[in-house]
Design a protein around this ligand. Structure first.
Ligand code: SF4
Length: 177
């Protein structure tokens, strides 16, 4: 990888922070998946969510098959952080940013596995569970669906995940080989 070129390109994008890491530094937890199952209305609704993404062990093995990763964060200000629907409505620009960074990595000849925010909303009606995903090349499972404790990784590298006020911090992980 031409890291100097990539970092120059990242500097042009609205990224709050980024860090390169080894995927064996990722922490996986069944507990994160329990939150998906018990608290998220999107559980079992798309291929980007559990259980469609596979078990935590399967997700972990998939992630570790990509030895390196890039964490990116971006920020959005909302009028009320407690308004979950309003917060979720702001994720579009972060998803577009994630695809931009994925394209930069791919342009360097890397194979990339992207994990981003929340559930997939590319199709009006997801094919899950009766047919295969229609856009495997564009679909980004959410980080939590894989049981990854992204705050642990952020803490390890000093990446801020709570700016206070009404700032939403979005994270993506781009794993590559
Ligand atoms: S791209 Fe379409 S079919 Fe695939 S997970 Fe997203 S909504 Fe479902």
């Amino acid at each position: 990888m031409d890291r100097a070129l990539l970092e120059a390109q990242l500097a042009e994008l609205p990224i709050a922070q980024y860090e390169f890491f080894d995927t064996d530094e990722l922490e996986f937890s069944q507990r994160i998946r329990m939150v998906c199952e018990l608290e998220c209305p999107r559980y079992g609704k798309t291929w980007a969510c559990p259980p469609g993404v596979g078990s935590v062990e399967e997700c972990k093995a998939r992630c570790l098959s990509y030895p390196r990763g890039l964490l990116i964060s971006s920020l959005t200000e909302v009028s009320d952080l407690a308004d979950i629907e309003a917060c979720l409505a702001t994720r579009g620009p972060h998803e577009a940013l994630t695809h931009q960074v994925m394209d930069l990595l791919k342009a360097q000849g890397l194979e990339v596995y992207g994990l981003s925010t929340e559930s997939c909303a590319l199709c009006e009606n997801c094919s899950y569970p009766h047919g295969p995903c229609r856009h495997k090349d564009k679909m980004l499972p959410c980080v939590e669906s894989h049981g990854i404790i992204v705050t642990a990784l952020a803490e390890q590298y000093g990446v801020v995940y709570d700016y206070g006020g009404n700032i939403v911090t979005w994270f993506s992980l781009l794993l590559y080989r």
